[in-house]
Design a protein around this ligand. Structure first.
Ligand code: 26V
Length: 841
């Protein structure tokens, strides 16, 4: 490849500085004398972006020429976090940029801090999509993401008097250098209207016409996705909703100019805000509008690109295109493609349906019924009248086929129908997604087995086992090791003799670390890295909560969305129990040193995570955690024996600090409820140990790293149903230990007990659905065990006991985490589901 000035900025100091100054003076219209960190961030990102755009254009050209199959990943959420550090790492430009900025009088770390997170997602599902696009580029696949360019990402969380307060995340306050506005790519999307039948003037055939209604424009914004150690740069296309220039003449003539303009303006509301619910379906019209807007724009874009090369050679469509549905949110894409082929391209129904089902595949991310999407027929039919007809036709032909195959099983038809007949009559999106896809996958082994035996079992009967498969989730080691934990990444590169960090795209090579587990010098260095990361985390805690943590104590972390099934309440109840016991020992005259030696090692419980704004129980849990923190942290007797903090506004960039700084992380969902979890992988890859239930990907993590290196506890998924049943018919048994915790809360030491009534009553009197009572003492026992292994000298490199037990386990974990790279995951999708191969570079 010829060197261009744009490429030079990545590796040459003078070229960087020249471009930087040019951007300050022209792009930003400022000068070097009033260039603050924000301007430096903008000038730096514009400089790096210029280089990235060259790779991006070359890649698109190469991919067009090779004309191979491409995958499109449809996701309503891409939780990207910050782009600049990631671009610097993937483009191998971090050192040059750091040096150049220093010469210009800036500090790279401070400059990086200026970038707002692109927080266009709720949690695991959105972050998975972000890891996937990184792997698609890094492994040289041709793969695009399609989503929405929300003006407001997930809300910002403030904690006021211990309560969560939501404020808007207007992340585009300054122009976003990482987005390329494609104002020329405008796709009209229609809503409402009516359907009538007409006759084709040429063939005389009957034809459905969808007419009238409202029109909105979808305008593309592109985000180049750089790969690591490759020029391959894919595209993430996020749509903006804009008004059309068409005008409502009836209103205009009626003299209602204001109202007519108002209606136009409302177009933009479609992409204004991300829905902040995670695992709860609320059925709002605007949400359905978002889904169709996004799906229609993406499909028309995909079809337009196909036609440029292949005209109307529709048979080739499934050889050129694979579309992955991230959950059921884009299920209307199935209906839309069928509509395009039948209504607009005049294909026969069966020929079209054959193509559709070859193109789509669907990933399920939850078994919990509250989260399964259902759209009322009334609402869907009003917004998308032609689509509702097509859904009925799809269901009709599907049920006819089921009837033919299982003539004696009348019940089966009702069980697999896409239409739920109960009031309100509605469309079950997961069922529609299954019927319209050639593969359905879960996201961890246990989860993929569970969906086959519970929510989708009737479909296994209809379609056979082979349609249902597993692809265990993964994470990108570029962001979650190299970027988040540069010191550990460097130590590993040194031990693997890999100065170019090639292990980051060959994560199986971590295995070699096993050779060093008995090398005390190495274990000490490893422990110092962990200590330094704990110091960094302690600084974040100090800055955001005011609480000072001693970095030698056990950092016990639980950060994730707040949800009853994830059981932050189990964790905080155990913390309260610990506090009560420590107080009891102190009152008996036992000294602090003796407590540390014989009973409880010093520890800090660190929480973080957002609750959906309307989720009362989750907000109650946040409040309890904060109140416990207030009491414990200000109890002069307790000192460093116990601290409890809640880090506000947990997000991707905070996760990059919290993850490497944890000794122990909690993945303690009720067995069978957490589809996979991906933060478990992030913590284990960063040398933290896990306390967890036998759930989601914990199962496979245990298999890979060895059960002696993880602290598992709790009832198994297979017992959950019986236990729930028992709770209802025989009552819930509250163990003594938990009863003491409840009494303490009810006594008012953590504020007005009425505030926690629903939380406690849910366990005592309403069936304890998440099995807190059953797992509480098992959780305490797991702690006793793990704290013995930790000792009480985390971060003290002279404590050989800690090194030989805890640190050794951490090294063995990291050494065996290679499987959980999202690169492996993408390879599995490519091979088993998409049938695509990496591009020749
Ligand atoms: C569901 C809904 C329901 C309608 C309202 C808006 C909304 C937004 C997101 C979702 C997705 C819920 C499912 C989900 O996030 N699952 C998580 O997926 C992760 C990636 O596979 C997995 O690691 C987590 O275990 C799983 O909870």
């Amino acid at each position: 490849q010829t060197a261009t000035t744009e490429d030079d900025v990545l590796t040459n100091k003078d070229a960087f500085e020249e471009s930087f100054v040019k951007h300050v003076e022209t792009t930003l219209a400022r000068n070097m004398y009033n260039c603050d960190n924000l301007a430096a961030y903008q000038a730096t990102s514009n400089t790096i972006r210029d280089a990235l755009l060259i790779d991006w254009a070359n890649t698109q050209q190469k991919q067009t020429i090779q004309d191979g199959k491409r995958v499109y990943y449809l996701s309503l959420e891409f939780l990207m976090g910050r782009a600049m550090d990631n671009a610097l790492i993937n483009l191998k430009s971090r050192d040059n940029t750091k040096k150049s900025l220093t010469e210009l009088g800036f500090n790279l770390e401070d400059v990086l801090e200026q970038e707002p997170d692109a927080a266009l997602g709720n949690g695991g599902l959105g972050r998975l999509a972000a890891c996937f696009v990184d792997s698609l580029s890094s492994k040289n696949y041709s793969g695009w993401g399609y989503g929405l360019n929300y003006q407001y990402g997930i809300f910002k969380q403030k904690i006021v008097d211990g309560y969560q307060i939501e404020t808007p995340d207007y992340w585009l306050k300054y122009s976003n250098p990482w987005e390329i506005m494609r104002s020329e790519i405008q796709i009209p999307v229609d809503f409402y209207g009516y359907v009538y039948e007409d006759h084709d003037p040429n063939t005389g055939k009957a034809k459905k016409i969808w007419a009238g209604g409202e029109r909105v424009l979808a305008v593309a914004a592109d985000f180049p996705i750089p790969g690591f150690n490759t020029d391959n740069t894919n595209n993430l296309r996020l749509w903006n909703a804009k008004p059309t220039e068409e005008f409502d003449f009836t209103k205009f003539n009626a003299g209602d100019y204001q109202q007519s303009v108002g209606a136009q303006q409302r177009a933009e509301s479609i992409t204004s805000v991300l829905y902040p619910n995670d695992n709860f379906e609320s059925g709002k019209e605007l949400r359905l509008k978002q889904q169709y807007f996004w799906v229609a724009a993406s499909l028309h874009d995909i079809v337009r690109r196909f036609k440029k090369n292949h005209k109307n050679n529709w048979k080739k469509f499934p050889d050129q295109i694979a579309i992955q549905l991230n959950d059921t949110h884009p299920t209307l894409a199935i209906v839309e493609l069928q509509r395009i082929l039948v209504d607009l391209e005049d294909l026969e129904w069966n020929e079209a349906w054959n193509i559709v089902t070859k193109v789509f595949a669907y990933t399920n991310h939850t078994v919990m019924s509250e989260a399964l999407e259902k759209w009322p027929v009334d609402l869907l039919g009003r917004l998308l009248p032609r689509h509702l007809e097509i859904i009925y036709d799809i269901n009709f032909f599907f049920l006819k086929e089921v009837e033919r195959k299982f003539p004696d099983d009348r019940d089966l038809l009702g069980k697999v129908s896409v239409i739920e007949e109960n009031a309100p009559k509605s469309v079950k999106m997961a069922f529609l997604a299954i019927v319209g896809s050639h593969k359905v996958n879960g996201v961890a082994e246990l989860h993929s087995e569970l969906i086959k035996t519970t929510i989708f079992k009737d479909f296994v009967k209809v379609f056979g086992e082979d349609k249902f498969t597993n692809v265990t989730n993964g994470i990108t080691p570029r962001r979650w090791l190299r970027q988040a934990n540069p010191e550990l990444a460097a130590l590993i590169a040194e031990k693997l003799n890999d100065p170019n960090y090639e292990y980051l795209t060959n994560l199986g090579r971590l295995k070699k670390l096993e050779e060093f587990v008995n090398d005390d010098e190495f274990l000490k260095r490893w422990d110092i890295v962990k200590f330094n990361n704990k110091v960094r985390l302690a600084a974040l805690v100090k800055e955001t909560t005011g609480v000072v943590l001693d970095p030698t104590v056990l950092f016990d972390v639980q950060v994730k969305r707040i949800h009853e099934y994830k059981r932050q309440q189990l964790n905080i109840f155990a913390v309260i129990y610990r506090y009560l016991k420590i107080k009891e020992l102190l009152s008996q005259g036992v000294s602090v040193d003796e407590i540390k030696e014989k009973y409880y090692i010093p520890k800090a419980s660190i929480f973080g995570g957002k609750a959906a704004p309307g989720y009362y129980m989750a907000k109650t849990i946040i409040h309890l955690i904060n109140k416990v923190g207030d009491i414990v942290n200000n109890d002069p007797e307790i000192g460093d024996l116990l601290k409890v903090v809640f880090i506000p506004d947990y997000n991707v960039s905070k996760a990059e600090i919290i993850t490497p700084g944890s000794d122990l992380s909690n993945h303690i969902s009720t067995a069978g409820t957490e589809a996979s979890g991906t933060s478990n992988m992030k913590f284990a890859l960063n040398g933290g140990l896990i306390i967890g239930t036998v759930d989601g990907a914990n199962v496979e993590i245990t298999r890979e790293i060895g059960e002696e290196n993880i602290f598992l506890f709790g009832n198994l998924a297979e017992s959950v149903e019986d236990l729930r049943h028992k709770h209802i018919y025989e009552g819930v048994h509250i163990p003594q230990t938990l009863a003491q915790v409840f009494s303490a809360i009810e006594s008012g030491i953590f504020g007005n007990p009425d505030e926690y009534k629903a939380l406690i009553d849910g366990i005592k009197y309403h069936g304890d659905y998440y099995l807190v009572s059953d797992d509480f003492e098992l959780f305490l026992a797991a702690h006793v065990k793990l704290e013995k292994v930790f000792g009480h000298h985390g971060g003290d490199a002279s404590d050989t006991d800690h090194l030989h037990k805890w640190v050794k386990s951490a090294v063995l974990s990291v050494a065996n985490m290679g499987f959980f790279s999202s690169d492996r995951c993408i390879d599995e999708y490519a091979e088993d589901i998409w049938n695509i191969e990496p591009l020749n570079q």
